[in-house]
Design a protein around this ligand. Structure first.
Ligand code: RIB
Ligand code: CA
Length: 312
């Protein structure tokens, strides 16, 4: 029986690859809905990108809920310098065949998670945590409808990618992240320490493109955009596949290394806004609030992504 899953995202190139892998994994993951949030690009563009991706994949059955257009407190920050103005690099998806729901993502999350007649859902968050944090603030009791949260965000050894000390998803809305990190439900956090181990090297890009379906072509074209930018910024052989790590973890957790830790988020300092203080060595006796993923079997995880994209 596939587990019910809600994906909250800011597509975003790696978000799109994560959505492809999730939608291709119908035996394991029942994607009930996709929520969008301002992050890589503005929320209207994120929503347009999801609708276009669903048209590309022929999955117009999946409802889309457009969410928060700005963070809870801080000023918005975007990542179009990485994802391009349209959020997809140089790629254009087909015209949307459906529209987003009139209900916004926060109201949807509250309605779905408060419905005791439905099974608790797994929430996958691969953008800023604004939608869920806002829903939790408006309706704290919805935690009963959350099976677990799997979140891409944060950094310990890797420091940061939007500032020297913060990863983008957390930096973009640190108050939201702190709310979700203290939401009291099982939480797995996959940060840069893990995701930067999953790079799109030239060989892997060739294998992706060799799949030869529409999804793999779109994924390869999008990743080529990010690879070029990473080359300028990081001088590396390939961009990281950040967001797909969350789906791969749900599908094959044994391919990852994790340990329970306490994570706190810096919300006050301008210099270290969004820093995730990961208490990896348990420096105090406060209880763990997250399962911190900091390693993965890169070749096997990438092979899993390819195997699923080939199903589309
Ligand atoms: O830091 C990586 C994260 O920021 C990913 O979710 C990427 O899509 C961007 O949102
Ligand atoms: Ca993202």
């Amino acid at each position: 029986m596939p587990r019910p899953v809600i994906i909250d995202c800011d597509p975003g190139i790696d978000d799109c690859v994560a959505l492809m892998v999730a939608l291709a994994s119908r035996n394991e993951l029942g994607v009930e809905a996709i929520c969008t949030v301002a992050g890589n690009v503005n929320v209207a563009t994120c929503t347009r990108n999801v609708l276009g991706l669903l048209a590309l994949l022929g999955r117009v059955d999946v409802p889309v809920y457009s969410g928060c257009e700005r963070p809870m407190s801080v000023n918005p920050v975007f990542a179009d310098h990485i994802h391009g103005e349209n959020g997809l690099g140089s790629v254009c998806f087909p015209a949307a065949q459906t529209s987003a729901a009139t209900e916004d993502a926060v109201d949807y999350l509250i309605r779905r998670l408060a419905d005791s007649g439905q099974p608790p859902a797994t929430l996958v968050i691969v953008g800023p945590s604004t939608n869920l944090a806002t829903a939790l603030q408006k309706a704290p009791d919805i935690t009963a409808g959350i099976e677990q949260i799997v979140l891409m965000g944060g950094a310990r050894r890797e420091g940061g990618n939007i500032t020297p000390s913060a990863e983008f998803n957390i930096y973009a809305d640190p108050h939201a992240a702190q709310t979700v990190f203290h939401g009291g439900r099982p939480l797995t956090v996959i940060g840069l320490d893990a995701t930067l181990q999953l790079r799109c090297s030239p060989d892997r890009m060739a294998a992706l493109r060799a799949i030869g379906n529409a999804a793999s072509k779109a994924a390869a074209d999008m990743m080529e955009h990010v690879n070029a930018i990473y080359g300028e910024i990081y001088g590396t052989a390939g961009a990281a596949m950040h967001d797909p790590c969350t789906i791969a973890w749900l599908l094959a957790p044994d391919l990852f290394h994790a340990r329970p830790v306490r994570i706190e988020v810096e919300t006050a300092s301008a210099l270290t806004r969004g820093h995730t203080a990961v208490d990896y060595h348990h420096t105090d006796d406060r209880p763990a609030n997250a399962n911190w993923v900091d390693g993965l079997e890169s070749d096997k995880v990438f092979a899993l992504l390819l195997e699923r994209i080939a199903r589309l």
